[in-house]
Design a protein around this ligand. Structure first.
Ligand code: C2E
Ligand code: CA
Ligand code: CA
Length: 394
């Protein structure tokens, strides 16, 4: 984006722009005063702007023509704000904000436009205006539905077993949330977790997910004990977002949940990813709290760019989960195998266990076992499933 840095000067009485002009830029008043009229200076004064005030932004935002005329009320200096400086940021902003802004602009334009004959020239929404509003409103609706879904109990967990590669037995599970939407069917957590994070709903949702995962672990353990009570206790991995960790009572709340189901926090692994680590000092405090309460910590998606070596250096994890990006190419890319060997060796020497994610075939599973990877998770072994189905495999 090339930005103009220039300023424009106008003599008192000169016109800056007129109604119906293309809105190519906005302005900040640097000195002097500028008056806005419906069409000409004979009309009633709409506004008078002076140093530090912004003008001309409406047409820039919704790509429509100038809806007022502007004249220098005194000698005037204006700083030019390029259209892209505003539109590029708007494109990246939340669709709800864009949609609401679009609605507001239309309303203001209607109020301005009805008073003059240029109505048609000015009020010509560009072709994608409606899609901006629709996208924003759809998102608001989706967020409402998510709220209701949580209240109605339509957000549930499925469980994907993790297999101990040495014994071939199920060692634990990852709780993965699902939204059973009345029209859309199963909605991916990629879609609704982000939405929940944006609206703070994640705190309530996260605790609900945590609660059902702990309840379920207690039941899985009971079922396992009936079959074989000589094995190590089962564990449950639970994904946690930054917004949850930063919420005030998070650790006290999850600790209370484990007590309620008589679960040792050592059998709960809290999975976090790098995208969550914004400030090492802060995260270190959370992680220390977590460890002090006895929970285990797992670094998710290791190797994706979201979770990297700096985390291992700065923070203490019990487990690293190697991302599917490495395990999927283990057969085709010799470098993947080397990297897996190195990561596993490093983890062993740092006293961490290793989980390989996304295992889809026997060959990969055997290779990982031969390298010394502790646990494997993937469709080859088990897909995520309903709790009632898990008991058949314990
Ligand atoms: P993740 O934590 O990396 O979870 C692993 C994802 O890989 C899951 O997708 C799982 O179904 C999928 N997967 C497992 N084995 C295989 C395989 O062999 N091949 C392939 N192609 N995929 C496999 P899912 O359930 O759609 O979850 C997506 C992401 O949503 C999760 O990625 C996690 O980041 C997030 N998520 C899920 N549940 C929760 C939750 O309760 N809280 C939070 N904060 N995030 C969650
Ligand atoms: Ca995970
Ligand atoms: Ca993962």
């Amino acid at each position: 984006m090339e930005l103009s840095t220039h300023k424009l000067t106008f003599k008192k009485g000169q016109r800056v722009f007129k109604v119906g002009d293309e809105a190519l830029c906005a302005y900040i008043v640097e000195s002097g005063t500028i008056d806005l009229y419906a069409i000409s200076q004979e009309d009633e004064l709409i506004a008078s702007l002076s140093k530090g005030e912004l003008l001309g932004e409406m047409g820039v935002i919704d790509k429509s023509k100038r809806s007022v005329s502007a004249f220098a009320a005194t000698d005037l200096e204006l700083l030019v704000i390029d259209r892209e400086q505003i539109t590029k940021r708007l494109e990246k902003s939340d669709p709800i904000i864009r949609g609401v802004m679009e609605v507001l602009l239309r309303r203001i334009r209607n109020m301005l436009g009805t008073s003059h004959e240029f109505d048609e020239v000015v009020n010509h929404p560009s072709s994608d205006d409606n899609s901006i509003v629709t996208e924003g409103l759809d998102k608001i609706r989706f967020e409402k539905e998510l709220h209701q879904a949580l209240e109605k109990g339509d957000i549930n967990n499925v469980y994907q077993p993790m297999v101990c590669l040495k014994s071939g037995k199920i060692a634990g599970f990852e709780a993965l949330s699902r939204w059973n939407h009345p029209e859309k069917g199963m909605v991916s957590p990629f879609e609704f977790i982000t939405l929940a994070e944006e609206s703070d709903l994640i705190k309530t949702m996260g605790l609900q997910i945590f609660d059902s995962a702990c309840k379920q672990l207690a039941e899985f353990q009971k079922a396992r004990d009936r079959v074989n009570n000589n094995l190590s206790p089962l564990f449950m991995s639970i994904n946690v977002s930054a917004a949850q960790l930063t919420s005030e009572n998070f650790f006290a709340d999850i600790f209370a949940i484990t007590k309620n189901y008589n679960i040792d926090p050592a059998n709960i692994k809290i999975e976090i990813t790098e995208s969550l680590v914004v400030d090492y000092k802060k995260v270190k405090i959370w992680i220390d709290d977590c460890r002090n309460m006895g929970f285990k910590l797992s670094l998710d998606d290791f190797g994706t760019g979201y979770s990297g070596f700096q985390h291992l250096l700065e923070l203490d994890f019990h487990t690293i989960k190697i991302d599917q990006a490495f395990t999927l190419s283990i057969e085709t890319n010799p470098k993947s195998l080397i990297m897996l060997e190195v990561i596993t060796d490093m983890a062993n020497r740092m006293n961490m266990s290793v989980v390989a994610e996304g295992i889809e075939d026997l060959k990969s599973a055997n290779k990982l076992k031969s390298i010394g990877v502790d646990y494997a998770q993937g469709y080859y072994f088990f897909k995520p499933m309903q709790a009632s189905d898990v008991c058949k495999f314990l």
